[in-house]
Design a protein around this ligand. Structure first.
Ligand SMILES: Cc1cc2nc3c(=O)[nH]c(=O)nc-3n(C[C@H](O)[C@H](O)[C@H](O)COP(=O)(O)O)c2cc1C
Length: 314
């Protein structure tokens, strides 16, 4: 069955979202939001705070393995940090060579490295050499900065550096998130670089996945925004569930609130996160636009829960 990874998504796929989505099912792995490495070495406490799954054998509470993603440009310091992450409980480390954010790129991190395959090789190999043998190292890249002239060099650098697999978000940095994702590149990379490949970018429906399979045979897929819009997407792609009732979405939202409460997050923050998610959900489930409109100004969780109940009953 298709191996499906939940994409790292800074500001969205935090511990609570990873827990919510893996409770629904369909995921074989999740990846933490990127942890930025600058000059310091994060303490054990910081790693656990950033990736709470580390306290649970690096798994979500539903038992899905959670990979820790690092973003940085200083190979030595990244290796040092990766080793502390392992001491904190990490079992798999992923390296981010795709983030397009200007603050990150300014310090030569994320997608900025796609212009320097040698530097990518140095980072991957330095970390690989420092990690204990049983710890898996993977990487995630975009196709390039502005063009695809170095795509294969970067993929080779990742493979030669010792990564076990490569996730490709099939766009350049300059393309940001503009459609289309260039899926034809998955097959090109697979032909040129012998490394397990995870395909990522614009898989929003089971039909998209079937279209992807006509173009390439990836070793797995990674789902990002599609899952925030439709939390059942991984199950649907695996053919384990069919149509979704509105009541199932309401159950998911109620559970999200409970998880926020268990983490003792403030009501204001919980309400904001719920609305943030609802805003994406309504793209796949249009009736939920009405619910979002009803709770738009609401900050009290009890009132939001009442709105969810009456929406369910309607
Ligand atoms: C809000 C947001 C935050 C993201 N944060 C990260 C991140 O922390 N690390 C990373 O490697 N990619 C990050 N990405 C990129 C996604 O992991 C993924 O590659 C991209 O969204 C394309 O996949 P999709 O079309 O399935 O969403 C982020 C994307 C979004 C939309």
């Amino acid at each position: 069955m298709t191996y499906i990874i939940l994409a790292p998504m800074q500001g969205y796929a935090d511990f609570i979202m990873r827990q919510s989505l893996t409770e629904i099912g369909g995921f074989d792995e999740v990846v933490s939001e990127f942890v930025r490495i600058t000059h310091t070495v994060h303490s054990l406490k910081t790693w656990v705070k950033k990736v709470p799954e580390l306290l649970n054998e690096a798994k979500t509470l539903s038992g899905v393995p959670c990979t820790v993603q690092l973003l940085g440009s200083n190979a030595e310091n990244m290796a040092e940090n990766a080793c502390v992450a392992v001491l904190a409980g990490a079992k798999k480390i992923d390296l981010n060579f795709g983030c397009p954010a200007p603050t990150v790129n300014k310090h030569s991190g994320g997608a900025a490295l796609l212009d320097s395959p040698n530097q990518i090789y140095r980072i991957v190999s330095t970390i690989k050499n420092r990690l204990p043998e049983n710890i898996v190292l993977t990487a995630k890249m975009r196709l390039g900065l502005s063009d695809t002239s170095k795509t294969i060099d970067c993929a080779n650098a990742i493979k030669d550096g010792g990564a076990m697999s490569l996730t490709v978000h099939a766009r350049t940095k300059d393309e940001q998130y503009n459609p289309p994702a260039h899926w034809e590149w998955f097959a090109i990379i697979q032909a040129a670089v012998k490394i397990p490949l995870i395909a990522n970018g614009d898989i929003f429906s089971p039909d998209d996945y079937q279209r992807l399979l006509k173009i390439c045979t990836p070793d797995g897929i990674m789902l990002g925004r599609g899952v925030l819009r439709n939390p059942f997407l991984a199950l649907q792609i695996k053919g384990l569930i069919d149509d979704i009732e509105n009541t199932q979405i309401i159950t998911v939202l109620n559970r999200f609130i409970t998880l926020c409460q268990e983490k003792q997050l403030s009501e204001t923050y919980t309400a904001a996160r719920l609305k943030q998610w609802l805003n994406l959900l309504q793209q796949a489930y249009p009736p939920f636009a009405l619910l979002l409109n009803q709770i738009k100004k609401e900050k009290e969780i009890e009132n939001i829960k009442k709105a969810l109940s009456s929406f369910q009953a309607a």
